[in-house]
Design a protein around this ligand. Structure first.
Ligand code: KG4
Ligand code: ZN
Length: 359
């Protein structure tokens, strides 16, 4: 089946309302993302009910803007691709219902796309992707390593046993009273700071598996903060509403040092496991994507290690690493070209393994 000339893609799995127009050849004509950061900031994390409500408000203007930026109208759209899961069910349902209604109204096919497959497919947008390769998705919800033999043979070979890397960034940022979202603020405060002032553990780094664990590292940061007496103990924790920062006298300067040490530990574990997987599978290409892959320290470390080991590294530019709809469009294209469309009974899936999404 020839892919339709223009595909409208929609992504609403978490707190970004996103739409994109992609050509049948995989060229991205527009990629619009409405971030809900401001709506969730006061709560220090994504509130699912608020996310769903904002998606309802934003989806129409975001789709209109994606069409306008691409210079096309609805009558040019030959298929709709939408994130079906994994993600927040209420949030996913907004995109799915909108996509199904639109496809039905236009008389075009609709295709459900796995969000993680979308993150991996983001690497195709700006690069010639070769197979086989190792793919690593590092986001707020996932830290997973995949053996990607071809577009239809994607095997999960390792994943986090507890917190995702992005979740650890968010929780440590909360602990350090740095605000939300955590990854961006930690990266900012750690920039140019010596990461060696404090020694933090690298959980599971020497482990033979390709699994990860970040919860112990997060707790190690808590213990360090306690030991250094940076905050009053009443202000310590990974959850609860964000409080203004009240550091003990003379302790403010330790916060960037701890942030830098934490970031370095996460980067070390991710870079070590990913490059080790490439070698273990006898491959020569590593694809890294997801929100945490927009982190400069991680990008630089991966670049250095891959150069040393003769591994080709493919990381999408930042806008395609964090949640977006263009990645859903390019992943959807592959399925649409094979006639894998969904019925109007398509439902949201809060959990969805990539391998199980191959129909
Ligand atoms: O892929 P993404 O946009 O959404 C999910 O699918 O989860 O990833 C969001 C996650 C958040 O945990 C956020 O803190 C993290 O990615 N993140 C970063 C950076 N930008 C976003 N982590 C580290 N450094 C960054 N620059
Ligand atoms: Zn994501």
């Amino acid at each position: 089946m020839n892919p339709p000339p223009y595909i409208l893609a929609i992504e609403t799995s978490c707190d970004e309302t996103a739409a994109a127009v992609v050509t049948g050849g995989g060229r991205v004509l527009s990629n619009v993302v409405a971030s809900q950061v401001k709506d969730h900031e006061a709560f220090g994390g994504v509130v699912p009910e608020i996310a769903s409500r904002r998606h309802v408000e934003l989806i129409e203007p975001v789709v209109k803007s994606a069409l306008a930026q691409a210079g096309v109208t609805l009558s040019d759209i030959g298929a709709v691709a939408v994130t079906q899961g994994p993600g927040l069910v209420g949030a996913l349902l907004v995109g799915i219902s909108y996509a199904k209604a639109l496809a039905y109204g236009l008389g075009v096919p609709v295709c459900g796309v796995n969000h993680l497959e979308g993150h991996l497919a983001a690497a195709k947008i700006e690069h010639e992707l070769t197979y086989p390769h190792v793919g690593m998705v590092v986001s707020g919800g996932h830290t997973s390593l995949y053996r990607v033999d071809d577009e239809d043979t994607i095997e999960l070979v390792g994943q986090t046993q507890d917190d995702a890397a992005g979740e650890a960034f968010d929780k440590v940022a909360k602990l350090l009273h740095l605000g939300y979202p955590g990854g961006v603020v930690i990266e900012r405060i750690a920039k140019g700071v010596d990461p060696g002032a404090f020694e933090l553990p690298r959980p599971m780094i020497s482990d033979a598996s390709f699994d990860f664990s970040f919860s112990g590292l997060k707790t190690a940061v808590l213990h360090l903060v306690q030991k250094e007496g940076i905050f009053d103990s009443a202000d310590l924790g990974f959850s609860g509403l964000p409080e203004p920062r009240k550091t003990a006298p003379g302790k403010e300067s330790l916060i960037p040092l701890i942030a830098a040490a934490f970031q370095a530990a996460v980067v070390d574990v991710l870079a070590t496991k990913a490059t080790r997987a490439v070698k273990a599978f006898g491959m020569d290409t590593l694809v890294v994507s997801g929100g945490v892959a927009s982190n400069t320290a991680l990008r630089e470390e991966l670049r250095a290690r891959c150069a040393d080991e003769g591994v080709r590294l493919v990381i999408p530019s930042r806008a395609y690493c964090t949640d977006n709809a263009a990645m859903i469009g390019v992943a959807g294209l592959h399925h649409l070209a094979r006639g894998r469309t969904a019925g109007l009974d398509m439902n949201a899936l809060s959990r969805w393994d990539i391998a199980a999404s191959r129909r």
